[in-house]
Design a protein around this ligand. Structure first.
Ligand code: OGA
Ligand code: MN
Length: 438
């Protein structure tokens, strides 16, 4: 999972800001020379003047590029997911792209059909953004039980609907703030290098709760929804220490892990199955990939995701599957150090991306969401093509306008990971119902 986004929507506490500044300074070499990753990142972060996008690889255009190879997709439905009702898949006619400079990276443009994209977007907004999943707003706001999206929909359904005001944690629970402030003054957590070999007591250690900001104000639910930046799927991630909350698995058993939603888990497996076996990195076996954790990122047009490596998962030789919806973004993929110059690639709505092999722990980031790139089939229905209209679900006809309104400024990214190596939980004696729980 990544570090905090550059322009996090929620104000952080002073100590969190200091911590971030210190981390930023530490990331810069003492002689002031910026890393190759940062140099490229800066190009696409620029607002004035806007960036020159001409060297961004666009796999939706037929223009051929040196170092970009294309292969035929072979999607397959796995035995392991036949019990789930799979209501979305990927087209067998898709093409898969690989990049000579980034072995282990796979991109499947237009993997997901417009209709399936709409269905998945609806589920992401309606289901993944509410409890028991945790999101970036939970620390600071007392979120409604029905979830913020429910209230967003209500407020858009009728003009005279009075939206609820979402109260702040600081305003409703001053006692907790005082306690948390003292907790905060304790020494900073340094990122633990969590590996399979890490002693069990480290894995079991309780992670400090993030500190609610005392400067945020109550807000109407529909407005607050635009400040949602991420929501956690499956095994919970602890952002401050950049590690998974394994202590809960130890305390209460693996059956307490919330499963990754079935539609996203199935789709991740289908995406992986599309890669021809001969292209899979030699020391990896994707056939038994388990989607154990994930994150849904919500980007407004100004939001970005700084260069980072996803290295908190205990297993290193399993791929990461990433799906993009809504506005297009510039995705930077680099190497194993910040000194490797990254390649800029567009990720458009419906694209699937896989990071595996040496690319699994490569630096990457999203320095730009590109305005005016929302596909017509995600806009209001009057902008759809004849084909899209004919293909629309009954539900789409009724309520898509609410979703399209939110998407006018939004990009959504879902990424799905396996955390534990095969048999890891069994070896720790955590065997109860593992298969049904994860
Ligand atoms: C992440 C990530 C990329 C994207 O969440 O770790 O790298 O395309 N997301 O948004
Ligand atoms: Mn990432």
């Amino acid at each position: 999972m990544p570090g905090l986004p550059i322009d996090a929507a929620i104000q952080q506490s002073a100590s969190a800001k200091k911590r971030q500044l210190r981390a930023k300074l530490a990331a810069q070499p003492p002689n002031g020379i910026r890393s190759a990753f940062r140099e490229v990142e800066k190009i696409y972060l620029s607002r004035n003047p806007p960036p020159d996008y001409s060297s961004v690889i666009d796999l939706h255009s037929s223009q051929s590029r040196p170092g970009v190879n294309v292969h035929q997709c072979q999607p397959d439905f796995r035995g392991s997911i036949t019990q789930e009702s799979i209501d979305c898949g990927i087209s067998p006619s898709c093409e898969i792209f690989t990049l000579l400079d980034h072995p282990g990276l796979f991109i499947i443009p237009r993997a997901i059909s417009p209709r399936d994209q709409r269905g998945l977007i609806k589920n992401c907004l309606r289901k993944t953004t509410k409890k028991p999943n945790v999101n970036n707003l939970d620390t600071h706001y007392v979120l409604p039980d029905k979830g913020l999206w429910y209230h967003y929909e209500q407020s858009r359904q009728s003009a005279n609907h009075k939206d609820i005001m979402v109260q702040t944690v600081a305003g409703t629970n001053s006692h907790r703030i005082v306690e948390d402030k003292s907790a905060c003054s304790r020494k900073l957590i340094t990122d633990p290098a969590v590996t399979i070999e890490t002693p069990i007591d480290v894995l079991k250690a309780t992670k400090e709760a993030p500190v609610p900001s005392d400067s945020v104000k109550p807000e109407p639910a529909a407005d607050l929804f635009y400040k949602l930046r991420w929501t956690n799927l499956g095994l919970m991630y602890h952002w401050t220490s950049k590690s998974y909350k394994l202590e809960e698995v130890f305390d209460r058993g693996p059956q307490t892990i919330i499963p990754v939603p079935a539609d996203l888990a199935s789709l991740a497996l289908i995406v992986l199955s599309a890669v021809p076996p001969e292209l899979i990195p030699p020391n990896e076996d994707w056939s038994n990939f388990r989607p154990e954790s994930g994150i849904v990122n919500f980007y407004q047009l100004k939001n970005t995701l700084m260069g980072h490596v996803d290295q908190s998962e205990l297993v290193e030789n399993k791929p990461l599957v990433s799906l993009s919806f809504g506005h297009s973004a510039v995705f930077l993929i680099g190497g194993t150090t910040r000194d490797d110059k990254p390649t800029a690639i567009y990720l458009h709505s419906g694209d699937a991306l896989i990071m595996s092999g040496s690319c699994r722990r490569a630096y990457h980031g999203v320095p730009r969401v590109v305005k005016n790139t929302l596909p017509n089939y995600l806009c209001d229905m009057d902008q759809w093509s004849e084909d899209d209209r004919a293909d629309a679900s009954i539900e789409d006809r009724n309520d898509w306008h609410i979703f399209s309104d939110y998407l006018r400024t939004t990009r959504i990214n879902v990424n799905i990971r396996q955390v534990f190596p095969e048999g890891y939980l069994d070896d720790l004696g955590l065997t109860n119902d593992r298969k049904s729980a994860i």
